[in-house]
Design a protein around this ligand. Structure first.
Ligand SMILES: Cc1ncc(COP(=O)(O)O)c(C=O)c1O
Length: 429
């Protein structure tokens, strides 16, 4: 797009017309104008160049403007930008569905393509509710989840977000009531503590006939607190879902495609969910796209009983551009030893962030895969920290008590060092 507008004019227009995420309109703090992006770098209009330590909210795993992904989009654009998915199908969707069924945990063979992560969660919830309705178990219409989760901003997704951090208080009249158990305390690297599963057991013993599914983010709870928990918790949850006849929904929208050191975080526990949500990094950060996968058994029940169909179908479902770039992004990941690179990034993050453990005000420093987190005792002064890391050439977006990074997998050693150094010095200052 050619623009003749000056940056000042553009920012005034942004102010006048746009609503930014979780912001008043106009924004209380002016956003930074991005001119171009390449590799790990954001080029701002004022000439400032920043390493993106956020991967644009976990998505840009291969870096920006990647020639392979650009080419996949260009090739697809010349063939077919979009076609409705009702009654029609196309090669990119078919190949991507086969690929997702192949690389996700065993047993997930039926793919529903969605527009965004939140919609993938809506679809997962709908599949779970429709499954039990189809079996005549219409009392099973609630969900069980753990506190400090985040699953998106649409209404069903919001209903399973943490009731305190989330937006329950705002929409209490309309948010579906769900069951909440305490989030596990047992860390990913600690010995298992059976206490963590007790509340779930108690809820299930009393209410399993009302619960359709248990939904959680496996191993890493992302936007609800950047918490990492013990794989044994996930194994016990899986076993309880089987024992009490409910479905397990794994929301891997943030963790999928290698971020935690495994292709999918469920693999840390050797667990397969009944329903899996993937999004964010699925297109390498090129466009909004997601998918909900389930088993043949569940899709067969929904397809042969009751209404005999899944009641969902977005206009832009399985958009061919998104499917093509997703296929190319997964292909890129498979083209190099990404597990080794994530392990190296993990070691660099650990090494770079560990000095912060001794800083005043720091409650915890934790690292898993390509995720590095500093948790503070007091809420972070977001603007101050952001300004300071930007002065050191790094883009981060702290929230709550957290300063964290999820760099692109292509970030070099020195770029990871620059990110962790910026985090430590911003805090120390
Ligand atoms: C675990 C998880 N689920 C769902 C979502 C919602 O995805 P989207 O923002 O694409 O709607 C997010 C987004 O941060 C997420 O981290």
């Amino acid at each position: 797009m050619k623009t003749l507008k000056k940056s000042g004019d553009l920012l005034s227009m942004d102010d006048a017309y746009i609503w930014h995420p979780y912001s008043p309109a106009p924004s209380s703090i002016a956003p930074h104008l991005v001119k171009s992006v390449k590799g790990t770098r954001l080029q701002l209009d004022d000439g400032c160049e920043l390493i993106d330590g956020m991967s644009s909210w976990w998505a840009v795993i291969h870096g920006y403007n990647h020639p392979v992904l650009n080419q996949a989009l260009k090739d697809q654009l010349d063939k077919m930008a979009h076609v409705m998915f009702g009654g029609l199908t196309h090669e990119p969707a078919i190949l991507l569905a086969e690929k997702l069924a192949d690389i996700t945990p065993p047993g997930l063979s039926r793919v529903f393509f969605c527009d965004s992560g939140s919609v993938a969660v809506e679809v997962a919830i709908k599949i779970a509710l429709q499954y039990w309705l189809s079996l005549g178990r219409d009392r099973k219409k609630h969900l069980l989840t753990i506190r400090q989760g985040y699953h998106g901003d649409t209404f069903a997704a919001m209903s399973v977000c943490d009731p305190v951090n989330g937006m329950h208080h705002l929409f209490s009249e309309v948010i579906m009531p769900q069951f909440f158990a305490a989030a596990p305390e047992c860390r990913d690297d600690a010995a298992w503590d059976g206490h963590d599963i007790e509340e779930i057991k108690n809820i299930l013993a009393a209410h399993s006939d009302e619960i359709a599914a248990l939904i959680l983010e496996p191993i890493v709870q992302g936007a609800g607190g950047m918490r990492f928990y013990c794989p044994e918790f996930l194994r016990q949850v899986r076993a309880l879902c089987d024992e009490y006849d409910l479905l397990l929904i794994a929301d891997e929208i943030a963790t999928g495609f290698g971020r935690t050191g495994k292709l999918f975080a469920c693999e840390h526990a050797g667990v397969s969910p009944d329903i899996l949500c993937v999004g964010k990094a699925i297109t390498g950060g090129y466009m909004s796209f997601a998918a909900t996968l389930t088993s043949e058994k569940i899709s067969e029940v929904i397809s042969t009983r009751g209404l005999k169909m899944l009641m969902h179908g977005p206009t832009y479902m399985a958009n061919p551009l998104a499917c093509s770039v997703a296929l190319a992004s997964i292909g890129l990941l498979e083209s190099y030893p990404w597990e080794q690179r994530i392990a190296e990034i993990e070691a660099l993050l650990e090494h770079g962030l560990s000095p912060c453990r001794f800083l005043e005000g720091v409650k915890d420093v934790r690292v898993l895969g390509a995720i590095g987190v500093i948790e503070t005792h007091e809420p972070v002064q977001v603007q101050k920290i952001q300004d300071r890391v930007m002065k050191q050439g790094v883009w981060l977006r702290p929230f709550g008590h957290l300063i964290y990074t999820m760099p692109p997998y292509i970030a070099s050693d020195s770029e990871i060092e620059q990110i962790t150094h910026a985090m430590c010095t911003a805090l120390a200052e």
